[in-house]
Structures are given as structure tokens and as C-alpha cells.
Design a protein around this ligand. Structure first.
Ligand code: MG
Ligand code: MG
Length: 266
């Protein structure tokens, strides 16, 4: 799915970045609530309703719901579902990995990020897929600085994923973020060093590696939304919102709420 039309990059002012930080933090806190609740027997639909109520309580709106006819606040993708899973009534089971992607709309700007959760006992190789995907995200963030180009982000993400024996989804990419959920530039999780647009002050992007255990190939489910791996193997997805401030990456979102909630459950 490609939502992007050819437009130019809209760089953000310091004031706009502060609003975007709050939009991102609303999502971060929502994912923290998801972390508190997610376990065996809980349904995606329940998490979705909880997330919508929380976002509205923060004087924000769900960022995805209604956009491109999206019916939900969260996109919840289990196991071989890569992204864009629609919340169902099917309870989570032990061993599932669950990507929860959440958007907010606050004072005219979007927040958009994602975390892949473990439910119960997860296979060690699947755990390694999650770890490597998260490392890919951090490596991509590190490359988001003045002096680099967009291709440097994807090059380093791809190198890390493939050197660990995993594959990078090609059909879906990260993106610019701002007054629209999907702005220029596209931010692929693969690419060539030194290629693509120069990274400049005020750039705000969503970096979101989607890393597969097996083939990189994906397909769209019958619901016309859910993206699945072609071979049925698991896929992981982590996303952050990153601004370029004083030439270096500043992460506007945080997984701190998620980590605190997960640590408290142990
Ligand atoms: Mg997202
Ligand atoms: Mg995104």
C-alpha cells in the first residue's frame, strides 16, 4: 500500500516540533496502557476500545480512525501479520507476538508509533526477531542526522536485519510526519548509503522497520487491510517519531511507559 503522492518535504519549526512531541507522547502513554492490559485471553477489540477512550481523554483524537476509511484506533498485527491488522474478537494466546500501532491527532499534528509485544511464552528465535527489529529501529534513528541522506537510514537497518538472518519488508516504508499522517519523504528500511534526500534541520519522520523471519514478501488479506507474510512466518514492527534538532536525532516518542508497565507485570 502506498499512501504517498509526490509532494515536497515540510520541515517543522521548533514550536511545531513541541506540539508533535505531545502528539507522540499521547501515543506513548496509550501504548503504556496497552502494555498493562495485554495478556492471554485479552482481545484486540478490547485494547482498541481502551486506547480510543484514553486518547480522547487527553484532548486528542485517534489518528488512524476514519483516515483512509480505517475503522479502528489501533492496528493490531499478530504473528505472521506484518502491519495494518484490524482489531478482532480473537483472544491472544501464549506465544503470540503482537504489533500494536497507534496514531493520535493533537492540535493539528499526528503522532504515530508502534511496539511489538510478547504474550506468554514466546519462542526464543521469535524473541530474537523482536530484539533485532528493535535494534534496527535504534540504528535507523542514529542515522537521522544532518550530513546523512535518507538512504543511510535504510542501508544500516537492512544490513543489521540481514546480517542476523532476517529479511526487510519492501512493500511498506516509514514516512514523513506532520499535519498529515503520511508526508514526504518515504523512509524505506532498505537502501543504499549516500542515496536519497539530504537530511535537514526540522525533518520529522516515522521510522518503522518491519522485519520478517522468513521471506521479505508480503500479501494483503481478504479484509483488504491486513498485511501478512507470504510464507506464514512471524514479522516484527517497532516505530518511533524522530525530529532533527540541532542536526541530531531527537526521539519525540518513548517506550518508557511500555517498559515500566511490562516490568511491573513481572
Ligand atoms: Mg504506525
Ligand atoms: Mg507510520
Amino acid at each position: 500500500m502506498n499512501f504517498l503522492k509526490k509532494e515536497s518535504i515540510i520541515y517543522k519549526t521548533a514550536e511545531e516540533i513541541e506540539i508533535m512531541r505531545e502528539a507522540a507522547q499521547i501515543v506513548s502513554r496509550t501504548l503504556g496502557k496497552v502494555a498493562e492490559e495485554i495478556k492471554e485471553g485479552v482481545t484486540p477489540k478490547y485494547l482498541d476500545e481502551m486506547a480510543e477512550a484514553y486518547i480522547r481523554s487527553q484532548n486528542a483524537l485517534p489518528g488512524f480512525k476514519g483516515l483512509y476509511d480505517c475503522p479502528s484506533t489501533l492496528l493490531i498485527s499478530v504473528n505472521d501479520q506484518v502491519v495494518h491488522g484490524l482489531p478482532t474478537e480473537r483472544p491472544f494466546e501464549s506465544g503470540d507476538i503482537v504489533s500494536v500501532d497507534c496514531g493520535s491527532y493533537f492540535e493539528g499534528f499526528y503522532g504515530d508509533h508502534a511496539y511489538t509485544f510478547e504474550v506468554g511464552e514466546v519462542d526464543p528465535e521469535v524473541k530474537r526477531l523482536l530484539e533485532v527489529t528493535r535494534e534496527c529501529l535504534n540504528i535507523g534513528i542514529e542515522q537521522t542526522r544532518v550530513g546523512n541522506r535518507i538512504g543511510d537510514i535504510g542501508y544500516h537497518i537492512q544490513r543489521h536485519a540481514e546480517s542476523n538472518g532476517f529479511s526487510v519488508v519492501r512493500d511498506l516504508v516509514g514516512h514523513g510526519l506532520g499535519r498529515k499522517l503520511h508526508e514526504e519523504p518515504q523512509v524505506p528500511n532498505y537502501g543504499r548509503r549516500g542515496q536519497g534526500k539530504k537530511i535537514q534541520e526540522g525533518l520529522v519522520i516515522a521510522i518503522e522497520p518491519m522485519i520478517n523471519m522468513g521471506t521479505e514478501k508480503v500479501r494483503t488479506a481478504k479484509d483488504q487491510w491486513t498485511i501478512l507474510t507470504e510464507d506464514g512466518m512471524p514479522s516484527a514492527h517497532f516505530e518511533h517519531n524522530v525530529a532533527v534538532v540541532n542536526g541530531v536525532p531527537e526521539v519525540l516518542s518513548t517506550f518508557d511507559y511500555v517498559e515500566q508497565a511490562l516490568a511491573a507485570k513481572k
